[in-house]
Design a protein around this ligand. Structure first.
Ligand code: HOZ
Length: 423
């Protein structure tokens, strides 16, 4: 029964393009319409029709502590009692910046913004300014938000809707975005050899999470670090998803790579709209008002958002990431075994508290192999899981997320639901 959701979706389509404020959640490609959510609690979501779902989307990543965490909610309430925006510095933004800098090895300074898109857009501007170069290497299927220069062969919603580029992005803006398959170090090398003095930066999701979950191959990230250093380009790690999810120090601490700039979002806002970009002091000092690279925002450092982020990061310091990882691995392995027993080709990659389901027998290492996944099988799986109260991302080009509050009962119910899916 999704009557009220359907009704709201019909009304939404009258006043919001496609009825949604971000395309993937429209659920088009899985031949469904979105559930309208009334509230979240722990690992569960409740929709407006009284349905209860085990949530493996977690607002696309931020809710690693689960929905309505008592510490985060009370921090927001306490901050709200003092007003919702000042447009002036507040103590919480200093505290959050200090937490972020102390957790992430390569960061010496950080600037708060309002979304991951703002973070990547600003980091690119900074890299271009610092190097006085314009070209950027980006990997096919990686998604860095929706700023113009990144809308070339991007993942997430663009992959879901098969949109290679976007009308409205001038050709000359993406002409400097050089595309390489993920994990293909040889092609990166070849591009550097071709344009040795022109490449400002390489931007990469150190673990790709927007074409489904795709892990970096041995030596890939280290190779990027070596090549960027050799050619005087900056290495930008887009850790909007992986920051504080793979580990407190993000993918860079896990893989022991020292990027020049890092972009963050999602978890650092504890469910409120926050992004950040940061890195070495020598680069960050080019940002206005210290330097000449302009970047600004009325709501940047917003006291509610800072309070939510701060409460989240402080709580995460008490959490056992290794235990969550091993629970996720067990869950993913059992899920893979259940699906394989149904004679469907399937890969269930997992890392930290993330997993993906690709219905293909081809090992997935880049966007081309991710696209070998059978979308019809995914749609069948998605619909039947949802009908049994399991809320998955409505696209195989997104990544499943677990929180610290997913219970063994949640896993058991999910695996039981998977065992009942008929292909
Ligand atoms: N593109 C984001 C996920 N990778 C956000 C999707 C949404 O909020 O609908």
């Amino acid at each position: 029964m999704e009557d009220r959701s359907q009704e709201l979706f019909a009304r939404a389509r009258e006043v919001i393009p496609g009825g949604v404020n971000s395309p993937v959640r429209a659920c088009h490609n899985v031949q469904s319409s979105p559930l309208f959510i009334e509230r979240g609690c722990g690992s569960h979501l409740f929709d407006v029709d009284g349905g209860e779902y085990i949530d493996f989307v977690l607002s696309w990543g931020p809710m690693i502590l689960g929905h309505n965490d008592s510490d985060v909610t009370s921090a927001i309430q306490k901050a709200a009692a003092c007003g919702t925006s000042y447009g002036a510095p507040c103590e919480a933004e200093v505290a959050l910046a200090a937490e972020v800098v102390s957790a992430i090895p390569s960061l010496e300074m950080v600037r708060m913004v309002n979304s991951g898109t703002e973070a990547t857009m600003s980091a690119l501007r900074l890299a271009r300014a610092c190097t006085k170069r314009e070209k950027v290497i980006k990997f096919v299927g990686c998604y860095h938000g929706h700023a113009d220069p990144f809308l070339a062969a991007a993942g997430s919603g663009l992959a879901t809707f098969s949109i290679p580029g976007t009308p409205g992005v001038p050709a000359h803006v993406v002409a400097d975005t050089l595309l390489v398959p993920y994990n293909d170090l040889e092609q990166v090398k070849a591009i550097f050899q071709r344009f040795p003095q022109e490449i400002a930066c390489v931007i990469v999701e150190p673990v790709a999470c927007n074409m489904g979950l795709v892990l970096p191959e041995e030596g890939f990230l280290a190779g990027l670090r070596d090549l960027t250093q050799a050619y005087g380009a900056l290495l930008i790690f887009d850790e909007v998803i992986t920051g504080f999810r793979l580990a407190l120090g993000g993918a860079q601490s896990r893989y022991a790579i020292d990027p020049d700039l890092t972009t963050l979002g999602k978890i650092i806002g504890g469910g409120l709209p926050v992004g950040a970009f940061g890195g070495k002091r020598c680069y960050m000092e080019h940002i206005a008002p210290l330097g000449e690279v302009y970047q600004a925002g009325t709501l940047s450092g917003n006291p509610l958002a800072m309070a939510a982020g701060l409460a989240t990061l402080r709580k995460l310091k008490t959490k056992d990431y290794a235990a969550l990882e091993s629970r996720t691995q067990n869950f993913a392995q059992e899920l893979a075994a259940i699906l394989r027993a149904k004679d469907v080709p399937v890969q269930v990659p997992t890392l930290a508290s993330m997993f993906s389901v690709f219905f293909t027998s081809t090992p997935v290492k880049d966007f081309a192999t991710a696209k070998t996944a059978d979308q019809a099988l995914f749609t069948t799986f998605y619909k039947q899981m949802r009908a049994q109260g399991i809320y998955l991302a409505p696209s195989s080009f997104e990544t499943g997320m677990l929180s610290f509050v997913h219970s063994e009962e949640d896993f058991a119910r999910t695996l039981e639901a998977a065992s009942k899916v008929r292909f």
